[in-house]
Design a protein around this ligand. Structure first.
Ligand code: HOZ
Length: 445
């Protein structure tokens, strides 16, 4: 367990002089685990390589997009051949319809789709279209769900905002947030109450149908069904944020897996295959409101960028190979069960929720149904575990409130190596906790 992170520290210090906090997104800052980020220089298949030459089995996959593993040869070759033609047109290219056709064919609720450059843009735009379509202003979101850094959605948000203790960010106008109603995830009674209290006022309910941003939290039976019924009866739109779950939990996303058809869907991550892409889509009559077909304005200089489209198309085509999702399910199940057994044997309170190839090892003994329960997890124990895994070459999400992503590049052997590392780490933690202060802090100081 002797891993040097000297060059990472030097690079991070250099970055910190010119970039706020040394990172271009707070979720990767490692603050909750008391260290500095590990700075990467190469990624290949299931592995990341840092600037000190250390290799890691990667369970973040760039926070979700790398479902095939890093640099799949067919994706690389698709991007390279597009690169020989153009980097950006600022004009339509056939690739945009090629990717849109794939999304429309795959996702049950989507008749039309508009490309953006990020998931944040997709969520933000879907919300504007929903308000434009319904002529209503109120929206419902759920505490602990994260939909990017959009003003009206950055309220009691999960992911980095929750990790860093700013779930509702300064800089978001109080007046704007008055139109955001924040409810408890999985609380069916509260949903009924809210729609009863505000009939005909709610433009949209936006949620992660399976949450990846407070750790992995699955919907309880009846939650999505109730949401569908209440929104439909009220004339509000149901928007699924499938930025993480789209093309991951099934080819048609969470909506295919759970059989619930929303009115609109936000995408990101996998549809760009690792390039900066988002998209939002939905029913034809709703999407008819989007400019220039309709009056709701939304735009983007790099939207539909040919390199990003080529990467997304190649990725989606590789995900259509029969057996792909069964394989992901098998690998992730093996990992979840192995982690559960390792924690149980070490006597560490835990729960390991999993849906498809997303999972979280929560240091909490009860099922995690919402952000209040997630917040009770032992984040200090998590921080110790995180660094013990890192020093064993396992790149784990740097917050208790993020999910692990299993890819098709992982193998049974790598999963078993990960479980063995977790077993050793958890046993060490159990031992150290019996004689507090006996072991040095596992994070780089
Ligand atoms: N949704 C991602 C993590 N939960 C975002 C990563 C980021 O904010 O950098």
């Amino acid at each position: 367990m002797t891993m040097s992170w000297k060059n990472s520290r030097i690079e991070f210090e250099r970055a910190s002089r010119v970039i706020p906090g040394g990172v271009n997104s707070p979720a990767r800052a490692f603050r909750a685990v008391h260290g500095h980020p590990i700075v990467m220089q190469k990624a290949e298949g299931p592995f990341l390589y840092d600037v000190d030459g250390n290799r890691y089995i990667d369970y973040i996959g760039s926070w979700g997009p790398m479902i095939l593993g890093h640099r799949h040869p067919k994706v690389v070759s698709a991007v390279k051949s597009e690169l020989d033609r153009a980097m950006s047109y600022g004009a339509p290219s056939p690739l945009e319809a090629d990717l849109a056709e794939r999304v429309v064919a795959a996702v049950p609720s989507v008749d039309q789709v508009r490309m953006t450059s990020s998931g944040t843009e997709a969520a933000m735009s879907a919300l504007r279209v929903a308000r434009g379509y319904t002529g209503r202003d109120f929206i419902i979101k759920f505490a602990g769900c994260y939909h990017g850094h959009v003003d009206s959605l950055l309220v009691q948000a999960g992911s980095g905002a929750m990790t860093l203790g700013t779930p509702t960010s300064p800089g978001v106008p109080a007046d704007l947030v008055k139109q955001t109603l924040v409810l408890r995830y999985n609380d069916i009674d509260q949903l009924h109450d809210t729609f009863r209290q505000r009939p005909g006022q709610i433009a949209a309910v936006m949620l992660e149908p399976v949450v990846g941003n407070m750790g992995l939290v699955a919907p309880v039976s009846g939650f999505l069904e109730t949401l569908r019924k209440l929104t439909r009866d009220d004339g509000a739109l149901l928007i699924f944020d499938e930025v993480m779950t789209g093309f991951r939990l099934a080819y048609g996303g969470a909506q295919e897996r759970f059989g619930i058809i929303p009115d609109m869907t936000a995408f990101g991550k996998i549809i760009g295959g690792g390039m900066p892409v988002g998209a939002y889509g939905g029913r034809a009559d709703v999407m008819a409101k989007v400019s220039p077909a309709g009056p709701v304005y939304q735009a983007g200089t790099l939207s539909g960028n040919p390199l990003a489209m080529a990467s997304g198309i190649a990725t989606l085509d590789l995900l259509r190979v029969p057996g792909v999702y069964d394989r992901l399910e098998f690998l992730a199940d093996r990992l979840a069960r192995g982690l559960e057994k390792a924690a149980q044997d070490a006597g560490i309170p835990h729960t390991v929720p999993r849906v498809g190839s997303m999972l979280t090892l929560f240091f909490h003994p009860e099922p995690v149904l919402n952000v209040d329960i997630a917040s009770q997890a032992d984040t200090e124990r998590f921080a110790r575990f995180f660094w013990k895994m890192m020093s064993r070459g396992i790149y784990w999400p740097c917050s208790q409130f993020e999910a692990l992503f299993v890819s098709l590049a992982h193998t049974e052997e790598l999963i078993d190596e990960t479980i063995a590392a977790a077993r050793e780490s958890l046993c060490e933690i159990a031992h150290e906790e019996m004689s507090p202060g006996s072991a040095p802090a596992p994070w780089p100081t």
